[in-house]
Design a binder for this molecule. Sequence first.
Ligand code: THU
Length: 129
Amino acid sequence: MTLNELKAAAVSMLDRAYCPYSHFPVGAALECADGTVFTGCNIENAAYPVGICAERTAMSKAISEGHRDFVRIVIAGRSEDYCVPCGMCRQFMKEFAPEIEVVCLNGKGEAKTFALAELLPYGFDHSFL
Ligand code: THU
């Protein structure tokens, strides 16, 4: 899948977001090393902390289907600023893909790309245990 196709997949997930509390839809498209793509959206809950972000939805879908080798993830929002992953998602992604490329889109579809290590310096991993 090209980067533009991956971006389009993330953007298309914005309509699936369940965000009646924040009204802040997020879509994600995660590309595996073998080319498989898993998508996700944020899914909120009346008990607020129970909600899950788009990135963790996509990565959980992938892992539960047997995929653990990830290359890049596109995160789409509708806001003016780039939709960057929250701290919990950064840590979650680090577990499986410390070198993943994170492509963040704003509402205009413009992209800003980061290495996860830039977004989460000194993140916790198994080496501390
Ligand atoms: N959200 C995501 O889906 N991904 C992020 O990394 C940032 C935040 C969602 C969670 C919540 O449903 C809404 O955006 C507002 O925080």
